[in-house]
Design a protein around this ligand. Structure first.
Ligand code: ASP
Length: 442
C-alpha cells in the first residue's frame, strides 16, 4: 500500500503526523520523555545516515565531475559560470532581505520589556556562540582562505563541517586526473565513479525510512522547542512573529519569484516541473535543516527527474551545498538589521552594504548543518558594530527559521545547477524526465 504513494507524499504525511504527534504530546499530559527516548532516536538515525554519506559523496562526485569535464578549459568555463551565478543569487537574496526588513522594520515594534526578557533568557546561549565566533575572528583576514586548504585530508574528511576542505581536495584530484596519462587516470576515475553509484544506491535504502525519520524529527523538534513550559515558548515565538514573518516572506519571495524568473530567463524548464522534481529534496531540507544531509537526494532528483547530466550535477551541487546559501544569507541580512533596530541603532547605507559583503562571505563559510547560519551571523554583526550579544533576541525562533532557509539553500543550488546544465546545451526542450525509482507513481 505505502509503495504506491509517491515519496514526497509519504514525506509530507510523515511531517504532518510528526507535527500533530508533537502537538498532542505537549498539549496533553503525556510525558516528553517517551518522545525524546523512543522517537527522537529514529530521527537521529535517519539524519546520521544521510550525514554518513555526505563526505564520500562530495569526494567521489566532485572527482568524477571534474575529471568528466575532459579538459581544464571546460572546467574553468563551468566553474566560472557556477561560482558567478552562485554569487549573483546570494547577493540578490541578501538585497531582498534588506529591502523587506527596512520596509517592515520588525525590530522597531519589539516592546522594550520583551527585548529585555529575551536578552536575559538567552544571554548564556548567545555568549557561547559569541565565543565560537570569536575564535573565528581572532585570526588574520586571510584565514578563510587558509581554512580551505586542509593540513590533513583524513582529518578534513572526518568532519562534516570541513566540507570546503574536502571540496578543495576533490577538485585538485579531479584536475590532476585530467593531466596525468590516460591509462593511469582511467582506473582511478572508474573507482570514484563506482563509489558514486554505490553511494546513490545507499541513498535509495535510506529513503525507505525517510517518512518515519521525518516523522520522528518533527515530533521531537516540537517537544524540544516547547520544553517543560509550552505556554512561554508560544509567547516568545509570538513576540518575534513579525521578524519571523519578514524572514519567511523573503524566503518565499526567492522560491516563488526570484528562482522562477531566473529559470525562465536562462532555461526552457517550466518552473512547475522543476518544483515537482525537487520537492523531495525540499521536504528533506525542511525536516533535516541540513543542506549537506540533503545533497544526495538533491543530486538524485536533478539527474533523474530533470535530466541534468551527472557531469554537471556532480560538480555544481556538492559545491553549492557547501558555498551557496541564499536562504542563510537572506536571513543573516534580516536578522542583523532586526537586531540593530531592536537595540535602537540606525544603520547607514554603508553599514547595510557591509552586510551584503559579510553575509555573502558568512554564507560561503557556513557549513550545511543545522544552526550554522546563526554562528556566522555574529561575524556579520561585528562587522557593522552591532553587539553580538544581540543574537539573544533571535535565538528562540531560529530552529524553525533554519528549516525554511535550508529549503531555499537547496532550491538555490538546484536552480543554478539547472541553469548551468541548460547553458551547456543540456535540457534543450525543457524537461527530459527519466524514470525515477524514488517516485514510483509519477
Ligand atoms: N542549516 C543551514 C543549511 O544546512 C545552514 C544555516 O543557515 O544554518 O543549509
Amino acid at each position: 500500500m505505502l509503495k504506491k504513494i509517491p515519496l514526497h507524499t509519504q514525506i509530507i504525511i510523515g511531517l504532518i503526523l510528526g507535527l500533530v504527534f508533537g502537538l498532542v504530546v505537549i498539549k496533553t499530559s503525556l510525558p516528553n520523555s517517551f518522545t525524546l527516548d523512543y522517537i527522537k532516536p529514529i530521527g537521529t538515525i535517519f539524519i546520521n545516515s544521510l550525514k554518513m554519506i555526505a563526505v564520500p559523496l562530495v569526494l567521489a562526485s566532485l572527482v568524477v565531475g571534474v575529471s568528466n569535464l575532459g579538459d581544464i578549459s571546460k572546467l574553468s568555463r563551468i566553474g566560472g559560470k557556477t561560482i558567478g551565478t552562485y554569487l549573483v543569487t546570494t547577493v540578490l537574496a541578501i538585497s531582498i532581505g534588506l529591502i523587506l526588513v527596512n520596509v517592515f522594520k520588525p525590530g522597531k515594534s519589539l516592546p522594550i520589556e520583551t527585548r529585555e526578557n529575551l536578552m536575559k533568557l538567552y544571554e548564556g546561549d548567545a555568549g557561547s556562540r559569541v565565543g565560537q565566533a570569536a575564535e573565528l575572528q581572532e585570526q588574520s583576514p586571510l584565514q578563510p582562505l587558509v581554512d580551505i586548504v586542509p593540513e590533513n585530508v583524513f582529518l578534513a574528511a572526518s568532519n562534516n563541517g570541513a566540507m570546503l576542505q574536502v571540496v578543495f581536495f576533490a577538485i585538485l584530484i579531479g584536475i590532476a586526473l585530467l593531466q596525468i596519462p590516460k591509462e593511469k587516470g582511467t582506473p582511478v576515475i572508474a573507482f570514484f565513479d563506482g563509489l558514486n553509484d554505490v553511494i546513490i544506491q545507499i541513498v535509495n535504502y535510506i529513503m525507505l525510512i525517510a517518512p518515519y525519520g521525518v516523522f520522528a524529527l518533527m515530533a521531537s523538534l516540537i517537544v524540544e522547542i516547547a520544553g517543560e513550559n509550552p505556554d512561554s515558548a508560544v509567547e516568545l515565538l509570538l513576540a518575534l512573529l513579525k521578524y519571523s514573518a519578514v524572514v519567511v516572506g523573503g524566503l518565499f519571495t526567492m522560491i516563488l519569484l526570484v528562482y522562477p524568473l531566473i529559470l525562465k530567463a536562462f532555461t526552457k524548464v517550466p518552473y512547475l516541473d522543476f518544483f515537482k522534481a525537487i520537492r523531495p529534496a525540499q521536504l528533506l531540507a525542511f525536516s533535516t535543516s541540513s543542506s549537506s544531509a540533503t545533497l544526495p537526494v538533491t543530486m538524485k532528483q536533478v539527474e533523474e527527474e530533470l535530466g541534468v547530466s551527472e557531469e554537471v550535477s556532480s560538480f555544481v551541487l556538492p559545491l553549492g551545498a557547501t558555498v551557496n546559501m541564499d536562504g542563510t544569507s537572506l536571513y543573516q541580512g534580516v536578522a542583523a538589521v532586526f537586531i540593530a533596530q531592536a537595540l535602537g541603532m540606525d544603520l547607514s547605507l554603508t553599514q547595510q552594504l557591509m552586510i551584503v559583503l559579510t553575509a555573502t562571505l558568512a554564507s560561503i563559510g557556513s557549513a550545511g548543518v543545522p544552526g550554522a547560519g546563526l554562528i556566522m551571523l555574529i561575524i556579520v554583526l561585528e562587522s557593522i558594530g552591532v553587539p553580538a550579544a544581540g543574537i539573544a533576541l533571535i535565538i528562540a525562533p531560529d530552529r524553525i527559521l533554519d528549516m525554511f532557509r535550508t529549503v531555499v539553500n537547496v532550491t538555490g543550488d538546484a536552480t543554478v545547477c539547472t541553469i548551468v546544465a541548460s547553458t551547456e546545451g543540456e535540457l534543450p526542450d525543457g524537461l527530459i524526465r527519466k524514470s525515477n525509482p524514488l517516485t514510483p507513481n509519477e
